[in-house]
Design a protein around this ligand. Structure first.
Ligand SMILES: [Zn+2]
Length: 132
């Protein structure tokens, strides 16, 4: 049972599953922190007096808050555009925090995993997923 090639396949599959699930766990815990407002975004750290610089690290013009980072920062415009066009494919045209975190009653239950995947993809693209 199971020649060398089958063993190889199984190993590849296991490695892939582990890396996918690690990323999934990181994404899920990030979403949970975003829902609670516990992030390392500058404005939050400033409120907790952990950082004396509360300005957005990208545009340096506005105190960074989650809404600015997720919807408004001009330096992240291309990522915002990509996110909103993917969401509009799910017939989601309103962008706000509860919707992006799939915490809104306006999102059908069956779409919530897809919305969270898109939000995590956005966080990954901005390089913020490991830092939030
Ligand atoms: Zn900014």
């Amino acid at each position: 049972m199971g020649g060398p090639s089958a063993g190889e396949d199984e190993r590849c599959y296991k490695i892939q599953t582990v890396s996918q699930s690690r990323e999934g766990v990181q994404g899920t815990s990030t979403i949970a922190r975003l829902r609670l407002g516990h992030t390392t975004l500058s404005a939050h750290l400033h409120r907790l007096r952990l950082s004396c610089d509360h300005f957005c690290p990208w545009c340096r013009t506005i105190p960074e808050a989650m809404e600015h980072f997720l919807f408004q920062c001009p330096c992240l415009l291309s990522q915002h555009t990509a996110l909103s066009s993917r969401l509009s494919a799910l017939a989601i045209t309103t962008l706000n925090l509860p919707i992006l975190l799939a915490a809104s009653a306006g999102i059908h239950l069956s779409w919530q995993p897809a919305v969270l995947r898109l939000t995590c993809a956005f966080l990954r693209k901005t390089g913020q997923l490991p830092h939030l």
